[in-house]
Design a binder for this molecule. Structure first.
Ligand SMILES: O=C(O)CCC(=O)C(=O)O
Length: 286
């Protein structure tokens, strides 16, 4: 993480990281996402008709099992130093969403912290607790459900009254990010944010990966089913919640210099995985 990124992340609560996903990977992600979205679209519509799904958006399930490209984003080389700077060496993938947001009103609560109900953490002083990365593989139009933030609000206490902003597009308190294909947006999930309405004629597509510490429970959708294929090195094992034998939850560390034996086979790691039967529900506030 560069000093500019650190200052921006710590003081504003979010970072727009342009062009981090290499073009070839952008293309693979785009194709795989469209194929998976098409596969699950009818199921979503059926659930909507039965009143069992939200009509405003849907998440493709278990995205890490859909294509290698989605696993490659987890530890994207250009993103990794920023992730390590934002969370720390004990980073773990916490959960994923592959989100399809057709034209319509936003489904997120206005100006929310994802962590407002979390107890045991002084959120205003825990700058490195929990981050999300939104990955974009298509250019967004300014009115295509872009993410918006209230900079600096990650430093406010959890009970700070949620602001009502009448004219979001013109408020100087708001930063809206209009990303291009290949961009990532990383943010402290306690920073007040929301997805804006998608008033464009185009569906917004994005991937959302959440990261926290190794000792925070992860969700099933943050662990690919085929660990033997994907958890091929120390970092990947840690990202997917696989414990190293003899290392406690709290002592798990990825050493970016590679001093921790990246070549130790996956089989030597403890198989005690965090259970895939955990509910794979969203912690986005709807
Ligand atoms: O833009 C989205 O899909 C959700 C934004 C949000 O509230 C979140 O990622 O926590």
């Amino acid at each position: 993480m560069t000093i500019d990124q650190r200052l921006q992340y710590e003081n504003q609560g979010f970072l727009h990281l342009p062009g981090l996903i290499p073009p070839a990977l952008v293309e693979r992600v785009r194709r795989a996402f469209d194929a998976a979205a098409a596969h699950y679209y009818d199921e979503w519509k059926t659930l909507v008709a039965q009143g069992k799904a939200n009509p405003s958006f849907f998440d493709i399930p278990d995205i890490l099992d859909q294509d290698d490209a989605f696993v490659e984003l987890v530890d994207l080389p250009g993103l990794l130093p920023v992730l390590l700077g934002a969370v720390g060496a004990d980073i773990q993938l916490n959960h994923t969403h592959a989100r399809v947001f057709p034209p319509g009103k936003t489904f997120t609560a206005p100006w929310h912290s994802d962590l407002a109900e979390v107890i045991g953490i002084d959120l205003a002083h825990s700058l490195n607790f929990f981050v999300k990365v939104h990955f974009y593989f298509e250019d967004l139009l300014p009115n295509q459900g872009c993410l918006a933030f209230l900079p600096g609000t990650h430093r406010l206490p959890r009970d700070y009254p949620r602001p009502r902003i009448e004219d979001i597009e013109h408020s100087p308190a708001v930063v809206k990010i209009v990303p291009k294909a290949g961009d990532c947006v990383l943010f402290n999930t306690h920073c007040l944010h929301m997805a804006l309405d998608n008033t464009s004629p185009k569906t917004r597509k994005s991937l959302i990966y959440a990261y926290s510490h190794f000792w925070v429970k992860n969700y099933a959708n943050g662990v690919p089913r085929d660990l033997e294929k994907y958890a091929t090195n120390r970092l990947r094992r840690q990202m997917f919640g696989v414990e190293e034998e003899g290392v406690s939850y709290f002592d798990q560390r990825y050493d970016a210099e590679g001093k921790t034996g990246d070549d130790s086979p996956w089989h030597s790691a403890s198989r005690r995985l965090l259970s895939k039967i955990r509910r794979a529900t969203s912690i986005t506030r709807h």
